[in-house]
Design a protein around this ligand. Structure first.
Ligand code: ADP
Ligand code: GN1
Ligand code: MG
Length: 333
């Protein structure tokens, strides 16, 4: 969607949700790679109320209505669990605002889909130190524990084969062969790196097929900026970015957090000598995640956690490389 249409669609969306009060402002927010996120505020009787407004990425999520149904069911289920534990269901999971027509999403005049959530106040997505990282692990572990009995067959697969690393490998090989942007020659070393590790692409899929790892309802995008940390308690408060909640592997949820959070550098660091896996952070996260899952993980899952870290790191690198070779069409970079 071009910038001009996005701005027009955004203005329509601001009016499209069932929010009382006088509109104050709408500013870009967050640093996600997929959706366009804004923070909008309204004045109601002299008090400012904030919301996150998101334009859903239609080229990534082909069926936004089913996606919103997933989120509707998952958040309703989580709210019951949170209430039962004495928590605050308005803050501890995403709480969305309906459009004026009663739907959970708004469609603008370009046919683009928008949604609005109550903004989670007094919380930050930033993991500043090992203790925060531990708390984010507990939050992702808890998330999985709370969804342990969720009826998985009611969820639509929002991105087919999202963590099917073997299928990702096949897609990667195809773009290398096609070389539509003429970029293959300059990244030979990286391409070879991926090709030399085909066994990493297969290992978890094979274990799943053999019935050695269970399919669970998982988050599937567990980088630490997808959990908001409570400014007051320092605990992981609200797991966000629920677009990819669907059946998956617990070890992948673990692994993606390690990929992102136990790295000694940021995701887009160009000086690769700065990048390694901090094993202290690795241990801290493992402790938090296993505690958060509260005994729900099988022995085999626990044994495979390190493999999950390797697979998710490999897969994500391969996906970014695939996107580079395709002309940067998927990730916002
Ligand atoms: P993406 O799929 O693009 O990563 P996210 O759903 O993760 O989109 O949202 C992007 C960012 O917007 C988050 O990292 C967070 O900073 C902010 N955000 C989204 N929803 C909320 C919310 N309800 N309350 C507070 N911040 C939010
Ligand atoms: C994307 O949406 P965001 O920025 O939280 C991507 C993840 C990647 C991640 C890498 C739906 O996550 O799979 O691991 O970028 N999400 C989707 O930063 O593709
Ligand atoms: Mg995100």
């Amino acid at each position: 969607m071009n910038q001009e249409n996005l701005q027009t669609g955004k203005q329509e969306a601001i009016q499209g949700f069932d929010i009382e009060g006088i509109f104050l402002e709408c500013t870009p927010c967050g640093n996600g790679h997929i959706n366009d996120t804004f923070m909008m505020s309204f004045d109601r009787n002299g008090e400012t109320h904030r919301y996150s407004l998101q334009h859903m990425n239609r080229s990534v999520f082909k069926d936004p209505v089913s996606l919103m149904n997933n989120i509707l069911h998952v958040t309703a289920y989580l709210k019951e669990q949170i209430k039962a534990q004495g928590g605050d269901p308005q803050r501890e999971t995403l709480d969305f605002v309906c459009a004026k027509n009663g739907e959970s999403y708004f469609v603008d005049s370009f046919g683009e889909y928008w949604r609005a959530y109550h903004f989670v106040e007094d919380a930050l997505e930033e993991v500043k130190d090992p203790q925060d990282f531990y708390e984010s692990a507990v939050a992702f572990g808890n998330f999985q524990r709370m969804l342990a009995d969720f009826p998985a067959d009611t969820l639509t697969e929002t991105i087919a084969g999202f963590h099917d690393t073997k299928a990702r490998f096949a897609a990667f090989e195809k773009v290398v062969e096609e070389d539509v942007c003429g970029r293959v020659a300059e990244v030979q070393k990286e391409i070879q790196f991926v090709k030399d590790r085909y066994d990493v692409a297969c290992v978890l899929g094979d274990l799943l097929e053999a019935g050695e790892l269970p399919l669970r309802v998982t988050h599937n995008d567990t980088k630490s900026n997808n959990v908001l940390m409570d400014n007051t308690t320092g605990k992981g408060l609200c797991v966000i970015d629920l677009d990819t909640v669907m059946p998956g592997l617990a070890v992948n949820d673990f692994g993606d957090s390690i990929r992102f959070g136990a790295s000694t550098g940021t995701e887009d660091e160009k000086d690769l000598s700065k990048i390694s896996c901090d094993m202290e952070l690795y241990d801290i996260y493992t402790k938090g995640f296993v505690e958060g899952c509260s005994g729900a993980l099988t022995d085999m899952e626990i044994e495979c956690l390190p493999i999950g870290a390797k697979v998710m790191t490999y897969e994500c690198g391969m996906r970014f490389l695939t996107d580079y070779l395709s002309g940067d069409t998927y990730f916002k970079i």
